[in-house]
Design a protein around this ligand. Structure first.
Ligand code: AMP
Ligand code: MG
Length: 505
């Protein structure tokens, strides 16, 4: 839905309490109980004369709100920084992290604040405003987020959710004409995001490097109590918890690889402690398959290239285990790290078998899958479109599978692979109708290609937000045929090749 209503900019001056209807809903976040060593209380700097950019009705249940509550004038005030509970002091969380492999002693929420928590359909959820102005962790930056990057995070987090990939969610974007300087002058926006917790690997690292191991233990206990309660009573709970974090991280990254998603800035401060996709910046989905795809042009050495992500996940887990090493034995640390790779392999293979339509398992499946991927890489095959079309593969040796084959420059190599695929399918007596049905439930037709986001951004810069809402609706049903939106599943236009993404946001 897209309700755009200019907020009464002088709500406060008129003596109105900005949040009335959301009032009973939101409570102080439990994170605050940890104490002031873990965060700073912050007064938001509202964006002037806010307006709605987009409202995501499908996230309302997460905070148990109705559209009237959240997307009326009180919501507009709250989500643009103009109001909140008097008794709930917003906070910016402290963390540090390894950025491109280098330890940065203090980061923290430089432009985001946690305004409270709400109990919704999936449990207690933190509500965070991103782009809310300077905090003690802003390190000289302006505390703002621009409209462009807010739209990208908004659309991508909802797209990832619809793909079944764990992620922070997005409730709405409010905008303003306030100028914000990046490479060019842009305008300010605030993204409201929702997650069970926004705690990161870096939230633990900060205490390790400050030699405050009692604080990392407090935080570990807090996270276990609220997010891994099944481990709470276990004598080895820290080790078991970290093993689970590693497994969740491995499984998350396996899911990214399966849809061709590159995060772009996999610093340890962007790694969620509960295995969510977190902090969308210069991310990108593969168009043509490319192992060494780098979506972030500031990543000159390709540290965060597509194919590096599984390894980087382990590197980051290593940094987390190091941070908690005062609470672990050597053997435990090794065991946690050793659980990562098998968890990744098992999850990846499980998803890829489904994507190729294999209902049964065969020992050599990994080879036929990897060979297909290598062929796609060599022939620059559009990953999403090919995988979607693969459900139409015909096993009959008399057919050449032209719609698939014709995507390849090297058609003979496709023929050779196709022969093996046909043999593999007939080995398990695959039923083509059922197979196609199942494959279309795991191979998306619609993904957030870069150029699609860019089109929505360009229109939004001219005050037209319809494309954001349209894309949101399409991406929320990625596996469904949407004949009226066929063009959104097309190959990217030529101009898309020139789009350049940096960390600037
Ligand atoms: P990111 O690359 O967006 O994950 O951010 C890395 C760190 O820089 C985090 O501590 C952010 O809060 C901070 N940061 C990024 N952009 C800004 C900004 N415009 N103002 C203040 N802090 C920022
Ligand atoms: Mg970040």
């Amino acid at each position: 839905m897209g309700k755009r209503e200019t907020a009464p900019s002088a709500l406060k001056e008129r003596g109105l309490k900005p949040v009335i209807t959301l009032d009973g809903l939101m409570q102080k976040s439990r994170f605050v109980q940890l104490g002031p060593e873990f965060y700073s209380e912050v007064s938001p700097t509202p964006i002037p004369n806010p307006f709605w950019v987009s409202c995501n009705a499908s996230a309302l249940a997460l905070i148990n709100a109705t559209p009237d509550m959240a997307f009326g004038s009180e919501g507009l005030a709250l989500f643009s920084g103009h109001g909140g509970h008097q008794e709930i002091k917003p906070i910016a969380m402290l963390y540090s992290g390894h950025q491109f492999g280098v330890y940065v002693p203090q980061l923290g929420d430089g432009r985001a604040i946690l305004i409270g928590e709400s109990m919704g359909s999936e449990g207690m959820m933190e509500i965070q405003l991103k782009g809310i102005g300077r905090t003690p962790f802003s390190r000289g930056a302006d505390g703002r987020a621009v409209l462009r990057s807010s739209i990208r995070e908004y659309l991508c987090s909802e797209a990832m959710h619809a793909l079944g990939i764990p992620t922070t969610r997005a409730l709405c974007i409010t905008g303003s004409h306030e100028p914000v300087l990046r490479e060019q002058i842009e305008t300010a926006a605030i993204l409201t995001r929702i997650a069970p917790t926004h705690v990161r690997f870096g939230s633990f690292e900060v205490f390790y490097y400050r030699n405050q191991h009692h604080l990392s233990l407090n935080l570990a206990n807090f996270i276990i109590t609220h997010y891994y309660p099944e481990l709470e009573a276990h004598p080895d709970k820290i080790a078991l918890w970290l093993e689970k974090v590693g497994i969740r991280t491995a499984e998350l990254i396996a899911q990214w690889q399966s849809v061709g998603f590159t995060h772009g800035v996999l610093n340890t401060d962007n790694m969620s402690i509960i295995g969510l996709t977190l902090d969308y910046g210069p991310f990108g989905f593969l168009d043509a398959y490319q192992h060494d795809f780098v979506c972030n042009h500031t990543d000159a050495h390709g540290r965060y290239a597509f194919s590096q992500q599984p390894r980087i996940g382990l590197w980051n887990l290593h940094a987390l285990v190091q941070a908690l090493s005062p609470h672990l034995s050597q053997d435990q640390a090794v065991q946690i790290l050793e659980a990562y790779a098998p968890a990744y392999d098992v999850k990846w293979l499980k998803i890829m078998r489904k994507k190729l339509g294999f209902a049964k398992e065969r020992d050599d499946d990994e080879i036929i899958i990897s060979d297909l991927i290598d062929l796609m890489d060599k022939n620059k095959i559009d990953y999403t479109r090919f995988m979607r079309a693969l459900s139409g593969f015909v096993e009959n040796p008399l057919t050449k599978n032209e719609p698939l084959r014709n995507q390849f420059l090297d058609r003979l190599s496709f023929d050779a692979w196709g022969k093996r695929y046909a043999e593999r399918l007939s080995w398990e007596k695959s039923n083509p109708v059922e197979r196609s049905l199942h494959m279309n439930q795991v191979n998306p037709k619609y993904i957030l290609r870069n150029y699609l986001a860019e089109q929505a951004i360009q229109q939004a810069k001219h005050g037209n937000f319809d494309e954001i809402d349209r894309l949101l609706t399409i991406l929320q049903r990625p596996f469904e045929e949407q004949p009226e939106h066929e063009t959104y599943s097309a190959l990217p236009p030529d101009w898309a090749a020139d789009l350049d993404l940096s960390c600037s946001s």
